[in-house]
Design a protein around this ligand. Structure first.
Ligand code: SF4
Length: 255
C-alpha cells in the first residue's frame, strides 16, 4: 500500500506516526509479548488468570443450517424466524464482502442504519472500520464482514443469550464456507460470544486466540462505535491491528 495513503488512514484513526531514529524498516512489525508466547486456544482460560465464568446459555432450538453454498445460506437467513428479532427487523443483515477472503471481520449485530440498508458496518462506525482496515492494507471489499446476530436488537440493546444461540449456526456456516485464514472480532459482544467467556475486552485483546476445529487465528479489538466515543483508545486499536496483520502474515506464510 502506498505509504501516503496509509498515512492518510492513520490520520483518520487519530494515530500519530512516531518513527525513532533506529526504527526497523516499515514492513517490520514488533509483536506484543503475548504474540510471542504459546497462544491459548479458543474456549480455554488464559493461563495466568482464573478460569472465566462461562455464560449459561439457555436451551433453545437453533435453526438447522443445511445450506451448502452462499446463495442457499443467504436465502435461509433472509427467511429466518428462529428468534423474536424477526418481528422487529426491517431486513436481515447477512454480511458483505469477498466470499473468498482470507479475513473475516465479526461484529455484534446490525444497528438502525444497517437494518435499513441490509449491510453491516455502514454509517460513521462503518467508515471508521473501513479506515482501520485500510490502515493495514485491506480495502473493505477484500474482506468478509459479518455479525454475530443477523437481525437488529431493538434500541441497539445487547443481544440476549437465546438470540445468540439461535443465530450462531449461521455464522458457523459462513465460517465453514469462507475458511478464513484469520478472524478479527470487533467489540466485546463479538469477542465474548466467539470465545464463550464473560471476560472483559481488556483481558481478551492483545493476545492471540484460536477459533473452532480449524484453529483459525482470532484477534480481538475495539468496536469502531466505541472508538468514536473513546478516541483515546484508538492507539490501542492500532496495536491490535498491527498484531492482526503480523498474525495473518504468519498464518498465510508471507512472513
Ligand atoms: S437474529 Fe438470527 S436467529 Fe434471530 S431471527 Fe434473525 S437470523 Fe434468525
Amino acid at each position: 500500500m502506498d505509504s501516503n495513503v496509509r498515512n492518510a488512514y492513520l490520520e483518520a484513526l487519530g494515530i500519530d506516526r512516531w518513527v525513532p531514529r533506529d526504527a526497523p524498516p516499515e514492513s517490520a512489525v514488533v509483536l506484543p509479548e503475548s504474540a510471542r508466547t504459546n497462544a491459548p486456544r479458543a474456549r480455554a482460560p488464559v493461563a495466568d488468570t482464573p478460569a472465566p465464568k462461562l455464560p449459561v446459555a439457555p436451551v433453545v432450538r437453533a435453526p438447522v443450517v443445511a445450506a451448502g453454498d452462499w446463495g442457499a445460506l443467504r436465502e435461509q437467513v433472509a427467511a429466518c424466524t428462529a428468534c423474536e428479532l424477526c418481528k422487529t427487523r426491517t431486513q436481515t443483515v447477512f454480511g458483505v464482502g469477498n466470499t473468498r477472503a482470507d479475513w473475516l471481520v465479526i461484529g455484534e449485530a446490525p444497528g438502525a442504519e444497517e437494518d435499513r440498508q441490509g449491510e453491516p458496518f455502514v454509517g460513521r462506525a462503518g467508515q471508521l472500520l473501513n479506515a482501520m482496515l485500510l490502515a493495514i492494507g485491506l480495502p473493505r471489499e477484500t474482506v468478509f464482514i459479518a455479525n454475530i446476530l443477523k437481525c437488529r436488537p431493538p434500541g441497539n440493546r445487547d443481544p440476549k443469550p437465546e438470540e445468540v444461540s439461535r443465530c450462531l449456526p449461521y455464522l458457523s456456516a459462513q465460517i465453514a464456507l469462507l475458511k478464513p485464514k484469520i478472524m478479527l472480532a470487533v467489540g466485546r459482544i463479538a469477542a465474548q460470544n466467539l470465545l464463550a467467556t464473560d471476560a472483559p475486552l481488556a483481558r481478551l485483546r492483545g493476545k492471540l486466540h484460536h477459533f473452532g476445529e480449524a484453529n483459525t487465528p482470532l484477534v480481538i479489538t475495539y468496536h469502531p462505535a466505541y472508538l468514536l466515543r473513546t478516541p483515546s483508545d484508538k492507539r490501542k486499536a492500532w496495536e491490535d491491528l498491527k498484531f492482526a496483520r503480523a498474525t495473518y502474515a504468519r498464518a498465510a506464510g508471507t512472513n
